[in-house]
Design a binder for this molecule. Sequence first.
Ligand code: SAM
Length: 280
Amino acid sequence: MLSYRHSFHAGNHADVLKHTVQSLIVESLKEKEKPFLYLDTHAGAGRYKLSGEHAERTGEYLEGIARIWQQDDLPEELEPYIRAVKAYNQSGQLRYYPGSPLIARHLLREQDSLQLTELHPSDFPLLRSEFQKDNRARVERADGYIQLKSKLPPVSRRGLILIDPPYEIKTDYQDVVQGINEGYKRFATGTYALWYPVVMRQQIKRMIRELEETGIRRILQIELAVLPDSDRRGMTASGMIVINPPWKLEQQMTNVLPWLHKTLVPAGTGSTTLSWIVPE
Ligand code: SAM
């Protein structure tokens, strides 16, 4: 059942958008001394070798991170994310792509904690070994959706919850909404960041409608499309839905989305979206 491997897609345009948003939220949480929890429900393997067979086969990172990581006109909003990518590529060659847990590991402070879950039998041991010496982190082979009930609220009452399923089973589109709703009932002040792919626009519209029906407020949508919607081309866009975004995030994404679009999609196709699904 678990056939998705993120190693085929690591560092693509969708990861760039996701990890930009993740880094900006983490940096905002760091503005207060108080510790916070970073909960990653679908954590992946952690580190991806870009010269590895999987990444080379698709070459997706060439149209993602490879296009931006050494740009001279990098907007300041991308600085924390690119700093993390560079930390794992100190030779100056882009050899590894850090997934969301490694980006968090690089940006979090001593007082913060990480709770990471991954189900895949090959990716889980890789993730666990990455964090063996990090006493801030707890890595479990467990169902990420269950964590939204069992690990919330965090003791610190502050946190970012990243929900990044592969959507290889259609029920993921409903499960994410149910999972967020369960988490929110326990921890209504947390920041929830949900990644989604646009393969069939109708699925996303339905997921958003169901999210609206939960009654949760302060839901921001951020999307980067590399192609127009189509039901034939695979993933044409991806987005992040952020509940309780830090107050600066909307402005930060207003600044950075046009640059990301211009740099990642030089052909000028696609578009960007930044709007409130549900306001205050
Ligand atoms: N968040 C990672 C990142 O940004 O680097 C990428 C995660 S990848 C898109 C999704 C991962 O979820 C896969 O590694 C898959 O094995 C895992 N997975 C699938 N179903 C899961 C579940 N119910 N609970 C936890 N992990 C799951």
